[in-house]
Write a protein that binds this ligand. Structure first.
Ligand SMILES: Nc1nc2c(c(=O)[nH]1)N[C@H]1C(S)=C(S)[C@@H](COP(=O)(O)O)O[C@H]1N2
Ligand SMILES: [Mo]
Length: 341
């Protein structure tokens, strides 16, 4: 019998749900929030003896066209990432669609102010892109619609000396980037994710392929072009969030011996190739690796792993990914499941 943990088995072109770094390993089937337990109880819970299976065997597949459902893109970055990565208490001003403007200024012949309505009348582009936070597990893959930054820049006369571009919000949030990086990567100013407009004209956001989300300034009000002595370097993900991996299943069912359990999740390294996804059913003593070196680097690796249970007990599946340069996910993702006689 085939079972998926949680309630859904998702096809590759359908949406997948988001998990922030997978599931923490409490005891078998125990749904107790960590804050309800004393530290000692937490330790006891974590001390559950999982049945260990060396060199876990299963059937592996992956695809790359799965998208995060739009609502979850908004939730993920609207809540979780906000507390970690944005200023505390970050809130959008209630700017109406008609009164939302962006200034293109700095080393330009003449500052140009352009309204959101005019931006929406420009040539629209739709691209699949990742949004991956450099300092949290948050990661989404979305189809975004907007205009190319280079199309915006063609509206002004840029001083040929300009080598730096910064997308700022009204409070000055924004990180400088090399201008060539932004045009080569075909960065976009996005006003729509999936089929939903960003809320009430407030959230015109920069999206750039292969780039961590701290560069994805929200609620852009100023595009500043400048000449720097040293062109700023574009930073990648923090070491902890290289080869980002996640199991998306949530714990619910109990399985019977002989049941097939379908796990799914993603792996991504922000533009670097994921060359393998690895699973362990013995707390990391042995890992079974599955090759993903055919994967492109534009899209995440959305994997499925089918495992047929062989004995009763409580189990913990750990997943990690290996990037092209050999970096192994420092933070494995895990899921606990239970099997009955
Ligand atoms: N204006 C503004 N934009 C911002 C930030 C911010 O603090 N202010 N934080 C960045 C970080 S670190 C992340 S992870 C993303 C979150 O994506 P979101 O805009 O979809 O919420 O926003 C980026 N854009
Ligand atoms: Mo972030």
């Amino acid at each position: 019998m085939r079972h998926s943990i949680g309630t859904k088995v998702l096809g590759c072109t359908m949406g997948a749900s988001i998990a922030l770094g997978g599931i923490s390993a409490f005891g078998p089937g125990v749904a107790i929030a960590a804050e309800d337990l004393s530290p000692v109880q937490v330790m006891r819970r974590n001390a559950v003896d999982y049945v260990k299976v060396a060199n876990v065997a299963g059937s592996f597949s992956f695809c790359q066209d799965t998208l995060t459902p739009t609502d979850e893109v908004f939730n993920l970055f609207g809540t979780a990432a906000t507390s970690m990565c944005a200023k505390p208490g970050y809130a959008f001003d209630a700017v109406t669609h008609e009164s939302y403007y962006v200034n293109i200024g700095g080393n330009v012949e003449k500052v140009r102010t352009i309204g959101l309505e005019e931006i929406e009348r420009m040539k629209a582009e739709t691209e699949k892109m990742r949004c991956t936070c450099s300092m949290s597990p948050a990661l989404a893959m979305a189809s975004v619609t907007g205009v190319k930054v280079s199309d915006m820049l063609s509206l002004v006369d840029v001083d040929p000396q300009v080598n730096t571009i910064t997308f700022k919000d009204k409070d000055g949030y924004g990180l400088p980037m090399p201008l060539t990086y932004v045009t080569d990567k075909e960065a976009m100013l996005v006003y729509q994710i999936g089929d939903q407009k960003l809320s009430d004209g407030e959230r015109l956001q920069v999206w750039i392929p292969d780039t961590v989300a701290k560069y994805f300034t929200r609620a852009v009000t100023d595009i500043e072009l400048s000449v720097s002595d040293e062109v700023p370097e574009v930073q990648g993900p923090d070491a902890d969030y290289r080869a980002k991996v996640s199991v998306l299943n949530t714990v619910s069912d109990t399985f019977k011996v002989g049941d097939m359990v379908t796990f799914e999740g993603y792996a991504d390294d922000c533009g670097k190739q994921i060359k393998a996804v690895e699973f362990s059913l013995d707390s990391g003593q042995t890992w079974s690796a599955f090759d993903t070196s055919e994967a492109t680097t534009q899209d995440w690796v959305h994997w499925h792993f089918d495992y047929v249970t062989e004995e009763p007990g409580s189990f913990k599946l750990d997943v990690r990914a290996v990037a092209e340069d050999g970096v192994v996910s420092p933070l494995a993702s895990s899921v606990v499941f239970n099997v009955e006689e």
